[in-house]
Design a protein around this ligand. Sequence first.
Ligand SMILES: [Zn+2]
Length: 247
Amino acid sequence: MVKTLSLLTISFSILSACSHAPQKVNATFSSPSAMASSKSNSKTSKGMTSIAPNIYVDADMPTGQRKQLLQIVKYSTFEIKKFFGGMKSSPNIYACSTKKCFKKFGGISAEAKTINDDTVLLSYKGLNKTTVTHELAHAELNKRLGKSHWNKTPMWFDEGLAAYICKNPKYAKTVPSMPLSKLTSHNQWVNAVHDKKPVYNVARQAFEGWYKGVGTEGLKDLIARLKKGENLSFDKEINSVNQYSKL
Ligand SMILES: [Zn+2]
């Protein structure tokens, strides 16, 4: 358990300056879900209490907020199902209502983070519909891509999809484009966020322009081709139908 917490600390700290960048870690990673399942018949895990299947909160979270969180997760799950035509992932959600709880997981300023396809960590700032929907979108995309393929997906595509589905008004504004090739890796993304570039908007508008042309079937086709081993270029795919073709 100590090992698990320290890994979580490292992961969350890396993302401290970035609200939503998902983390994809290798198979040796031991997620909080492993912590929870290792304690069979237990309703708690490292001070986090289960309030519904796959949903854990800290002991300080008031009853009203717990109920609200359940409603938010219900709403977000509905949004994910609507977009993808179903939901294949069922990540464990760990929600902190206090700074103290969030610090225990190594969090500083991030709102939330998704690890692989099975874990969503929410800070006290991330207990809202847009953040939860955003994170569940990352988990669902990862689940559909599978471990062998999620690292082949550029950050801008991953974030663009999540930013589009979550309908956060912050990301809705159209901004001057920037080269997507500079937003491919996790480090490139985090650095651009550090530099206060409007990358969530850039990614959202690139994804949206493409998605409006191809729809959910186009997205599923892209995932299927990737999983078949096709060495596809996301930039080219997007540019083939995207109004932001000069990205
Ligand atoms: Zn994100």
